[in-house]
Each structure stands twice: as C-alpha cells, then as structure tokens.
Design a protein around this ligand. Sequence first.
Ligand code: FAD
Length: 196
Amino acid sequence: MTDKYDIEVKLLAVTPDAEKLIETAGRLCWDTQDKTGTVPDRIQKWLEVGHESMIEHACATFYIRASRVLTHELVRHRLASYSQRSQRYVKETEPRYIEPPPIKDNESAHKQFEEVMTICWQVYGDLLARGIKAEIARYVLPNACETQIICTWNFREIRHIIKLRASKRALPEFRAVAEEMRKIVKEMAPQIFADL
Ligand SMILES: Cc1cc2nc3c(=O)[nH]c(=O)nc-3n(C[C@H](O)[C@H](O)[C@H](O)COP(=O)(O)OP(=O)(O)OC[C@H]3O[C@@H](n4cnc5c(N)ncnc54)[C@H](O)[C@@H]3O)c2cc1C
C-alpha cells in the first residue's frame, strides 16, 4: 500500500556503474576525464545549465502494478520500452482492481463501486462461459482493473516523468507511482536525481 493507493513500484534493473558512466560521457565533451570523481556535484551542475544528453546513457527498468487508468497515462511517455500484461491472452478471472481513496473513504460511494466491480466481473465471466474470447469479453472490464507493466526509461526520461507526474497537477495514482520512483532513484543514483 502506497499513499493509500494499493500500487507497487519496484526497481528491476539499472545500468551498472551509471553515475561513473554519465560523468565519463560528460567529461569527454570537455576533455577533463582526468578529473573524474573529483567534483561531487559535477553532474548536477551540468543538469542546471541544461547539459543533459549524457544522462541518457544510463537506463533503469521498473515493475509497476497499478490500474489501467494509470498505465493509459504512463505509456504516453514515448522514450521508453514497455511490456504490459495482456487482456487479450490472459483471462482476468480474479476481480483485481484499484479503488481510489476518495471512493474508498466514502461509505456509500465505496458500496456502489464494489457493486459495479462485482457486476463487471460477473458479466466478464458470463461472456467467457458463452465462448466469447477474452479479447472481446474485456470490453466490460473497468478502467480500475489492475494491471502490471515493466518499463525501461533512460535517466533523462525518468527525470522528466518524475517532474511531470509527482506534481500536484498529476493524477493522484500517478503521483503515488512517481513518488515511489523518486524515492528509488534518489537512492540509486543521487548524483543524477538529488535535486528532484
Ligand atoms: C497534468 C497533465 C495533464 C494532461 N492532460 C492531457 C489531456 O487532457 N489529453 C492528452 O491527450 N494528454 C494529456 N497529458 C499528456 C501530455 O500531453 C503528454 O502526452 C504526456 O505527459 C507525455 O509527456 P511528453 O510528451 O512531455 O513526453 P515524453 O513522451 O515522455 O517525451 C519526452 C520529451 O521528449 C520530447 N519529445 C518526445 N516526442 C516528441 C515529438 N514527437 N516531437 C517533439 N518532441 C518530442 C519532448 O520534449 C518531450 O517532453 C497530460 C499530462 C499531464 C502531466
């Protein structure tokens, strides 16, 4: 459970020795490789002046469990590679969904939400039982349906996503995901993400 949204964000992989690789690329531009490791905030200073291309050399891969509302927005970030659980090839037999806190915390709204979820999955099951394929039956599943996605982004895109999606203007569920990503990357590569 994260920020009351029942979502999950895990780091699966990252470019080895990412900070050193990025500093090496940045220092190549200025022919100052001999100073590698001597200025702790060197990369942050480059980022401050908009010299950002060198941070594209490192990537991280995340596992995210969230709603399809969330992933619909997530995959708008194009500088990426995505692999998402399929609703065509995988039957969503279990009613798994993300209930937003404003609904969960309101007794009557929560009751009505649960009723609708139950109906959606009942009809989904009925359609499958009639021999209708999962790729068609899924039309009755809600936006709230839980999904899983693996995403790979370079560090520049990760900074961009966190800036846009941890903001107060972003969808609250996306904010919860972006906040988790922020915690992870600040620990993983502080020289690149310290200012976020
Ligand atoms: C608060 C909020 C509200 C939103 N509301 C809506 C909405 O109502 N409807 C809607 O459709 N979308 C909406 N969006 C999505 C938004 O328009 C973007 O599609 C999404 O945030 C992806 O961001 P991006 O395009 O900056 O970046 P990415 O795809 O992550 O790309 C990163 C950067 O690369 C550059 N780039 C990538 N592709 C191109 C390109 N083809 N040409 C030029 N530069 C490129 C840009 O500088 C871009 O910022 C919303 C987003 C936010 C954060």
